[in-house]
Design a protein around this ligand. Structure first.
Ligand SMILES: [Zn+2]
Length: 195
């Protein structure tokens, strides 16, 4: 399978496609060039509905970081279209690979948000080679999403784990909801006060 096809499938693109993947050796990254497909309909960046028309002018080129491939950073490049939305008027399209104001793809945002539960933001930024402001924006986005989508169910089965981050040093206490297989809380130290 060609690299372009592989990335198109991984990003689940329908109205867009990968036209070229280039290696930027100096920067150690793969640059993925995206374009829209023919006359497929695009979505409004505000309400998310399919827009009946696409305006002739584009927005300037934008870049999004995606999950790295081995040691290579991956960067998507695309000039978003403007669409005429029935309800919102002339707006920038909603791209399917990232939330509107984020500089990383959904996949990278999920990885960042997960690691940010157990590491400080600076370490997370270092791990993914991102600016800490990008990490902050992802975490804030994840918290907002969580608040909007959370329903509090009673916790029936709790699992509690203690993780030492470095041998003999700092401990984290992690509380799991075993029924629903997710982390509900992470705290520093391992005292009963933490619980
Ligand atoms: Zn709209």
């Amino acid at each position: 399978m060609r690299m372009e096809t592989f990335i198109r499938k991984a990003l689940r693109l329908k109205a867009h496609t990968v036209i070229k993947v280039e290696e930027d050796e100096a920067a150690g990254k793969l640059v993925v060039h995206l374009e829209r497909v023919g006359q497929r309909r695009l979505r409004c960046g505000v309400c998310g509905l399919e827009a009946p028309r696409v305006a002739p002018t584009r927005r300037p080129l934008r870049r999004w970081r995606d999950l790295a491939m081995r040691e290579h950073l991956v960067e998507l490049q695309y000039a978003p279209a403007r669409v005429w939305c029935r309800w919102c008027g002339l707006r920038v399209e909603r791209v399917p690979w990232a939330d509107q104001w984020q500089r990383v793809t959904h996949a990278l945002a999920r990885a960042v948000a997960t690691l940010a539960r157990v590491l400080d933001w600076k370490s997370v930024a270092g791990h993914f080679r991102l600016n800490w402001k990008t990490v902050a924006a992802v975490v804030e986005g994840a918290v907002l999403w969580g608040l909007e989508h959370r329903r509090w169910h009673p916790l029936h089965v709790l699992g509690i784990d203690e993780v030492s981050r470095r041998k003999g040093q700092q401990y984290l206490t992690i509380v799991y909801d075993l029924d629903r297989r997710r982390v509900v809380w992470v705290g520093r130290d391992r005292t009963t006060d933490t619980i």
